[in-house]
Design a protein around this ligand. Structure first.
Ligand SMILES: [Zn+2]
Length: 214
């Protein structure tokens, strides 16, 4: 159980180094509640923590984490849709000003998608979930047919961000806010190997510090 002890020790370090030093911040967040300006849709990957990567404070970003940072299309069918529920809460209740789809390199979910058909029931939840961006796979196989598998995956990671951005607009209350200038959506990509954070501008991903921010 040494591995669990590491988490308990980690909490003690957090308490001393962060909580005690930011008591006013936590006290305010407790009294006033949260009012983050950003919704970040990130992957579950243990190497990709948006708050750490963008050095944000508690209360700054509302984060949804799912396999491969996907946004499904609007399916108001009365069934349970975890990601859509969290997006709805962030946009309607918290009134975030920005949504960032936060992709990353070496994504296991995208790799699983790119591998194609699996043994029946091996991934009975992952496979249908990754079907959200099946067009990104098709596009990677077409455009990168002569490239190595890793390169196809990297292309698919970025193409799937594009699909998620498009899917966001299928929610009418998001489209409305985007049209009226009250909400902006962004596609960003974290490179685990280099530590670089890229942002989508037009058809390209460029370093976020070079993005034109209006
Ligand atoms: Zn991932």
């Amino acid at each position: 159980m040494e591995e669990v002890k590491a988490l308990i020790d980690g909490h003690q370090r957090f308490y001393k180094q962060y909580f005690e030093k930011q008591q006013d911040l936590y006290s305010n967040l407790f009294k006033e509640g949260q009012s983050p300006k950003f919704l970040v849709i990130s992957c579950c990957d243990s190497r990709v923590h948006p708050a750490q990567i963008m050095d944000t404070k508690p209360g700054d970003i509302f984060v949804i984490r799912n396999v491969a940072n996907l946004v499904p299309i609007n399916e108001a069918d009365g069934k349970s849709h975890g990601t859509s529920a969290a997006i709805e809460f962030a946009v309607k209740h918290l009134k975030v000003k920005h949504i960032i789809v936060f992709g990353h390199s070496q994504c296991g979910g995208i790799r699983t998608l790119m591998e194609g058909d699996h043994l029946s029931n091996e991934y009975s939840f992952v496979d249908p979930w990754m079907g959200i961006v099946k067009n990104a796979r098709a596009s990677a196989l077409k455009k990168y047919q002569d490239k190595a598998f890793d390169e196809q995956c990297a292309y698919c990671e970025k193409a799937s961000i594009e699909i998620s951005l498009t899917n966001l607009i299928t929610f009418p209350w998001i489209k409305e806010k985007c049209d009226s200038g009250n909400l902006t959506i962004h596609g960003w990509y974290f490179d685990i190997e280099t530590g670089d954070l890229l942002g989508k501008q037009g058809d390209q991903f460029i370093p976020v510090k070079e993005l034109i921010i209006e």
